[in-house]
Design a protein around this ligand. Structure first.
Ligand SMILES: C[S@@+](CC[C@H](N)C(=O)[O-])C[C@H]1O[C@@H](n2cnc3c(N)ncnc32)[C@H](O)[C@@H]1O
Length: 258
């Protein structure tokens, strides 16, 4: 039989072990990696398949970070359009910072349901805060241009028809035009991964010319066979304004040349 003292020492020891384990997990959790971020999001109840299929893969983000890093810049002003739950945003910001760059960010997202996630941008904000990547990030809530059908007009999650819900979705519009008037030619790098309609993307690219510094980079996602219209926007870029940097089969990078 254990004495009262032994029992209470055992309770204290168990408590101590639990606290140590929880501290270990917290430390583990707050160290950023692409895979850790996905697990953190899964812990919030977001299905892994929606996260992975709805986000830019790690290898393409790493190539962008490395290529941009080799330009020899010390700081980067990044404009990130289309956040979903924050995977490309967090991995890009983390990678650029890890390469020693001072990073300042403006993000644009309407925070309307996407791939079954009710408030994806709120989750993205929480993710960035959790991994201490939220310093110098300005969050613009809205559409880059005009209001448009959510979820690329598709029923990704099987229970959300964008046409039926269109009326009830609300976010301010024309964020790029407002930015271009207020802070033209300020950005070193812009990533466009919001609306996937080709003519919408073309209009966004027009604003990017106003927003980018000379020699600034524009990164487009989904420059592949799954999105032929986006691929054709990239391939048929106006070569008096843009120079191709690289296309890796998923992302296409252009540089503003005037
Ligand atoms: C493909 S997901 C972005 C994925 C994210 N870039 C990643 O890789 O982690 C598209 C996101 O853009 C948002 N979006 C759609 N139209 C937009 C627009 N016109 N302006 C800004 N964001 C938009 C969607 O609501 C969704 O959150």
């Amino acid at each position: 039989m254990q004495s009262r003292l032994e029992e209470s020492l055992l309770v204290d020891k168990n408590q101590f072990e639990r606290e140590k384990e929880s501290a270990r997990n917290q430390n583990h959790d707050s160290k950023y990696s692409y895979e850790e971020a996905i697990h953190w999001l899964m812990g919030k109840g977001i299905p892994e398949t929606q996260i992975r299929t709805g986000s830019i893969p790690e290898q393409n983000i790493l190539r962008l970070v490395d290529s941009f890093g080799s330009e020899g810049k010390r700081e980067v002003k990044l404009l990130h359009v289309g956040n979903f739950v924050g995977i490309s945003l967090s991995s890009l910001v983390y990678g650029l910072k890890k390469n020693g760059l001072h990073v300042q960010v403006v993000t644009i997202d309407p925070d309307i349901p996407h791939r079954g996630v009710e408030r994806p941008n709120k989750i993205a904000q929480h993710l960035m805060e959790h991994y201490q990547l939220n310093e110098n990030v300005l969050w613009l809530h809205g559409y880059s241009l005009h209001k448009s059908l959510s979820n690329d007009g598709r029923n990704y999650s099987g229970d959300y028809n964008p046409e039926i819900h269109f009326e009830n979705e609300f976010a301010p519009s024309h964020q790029l035009a407002a930015l271009a008037r207020m802070i033209p030619e300020q950005f070193d790098l812009i990533l466009l991964d919001g609306n996937h309609n080709a003519s919408y993307l073309n209009q966004e690219m027009g604003y990017c010319l106003q927003l980018l510094k000379q020699d600034g980079w524009l990164a487009l996602d989904d420059v592949d066979e799954n999105w032929p219209a986006i691929k054709s926007v990239y391939t048929n870029h106006d070569s008096s304004k843009w120079k191709e940097v690289y296309a890796d089969g998923r992302m296409g990078i252009l540089q503003k040349i005037f």
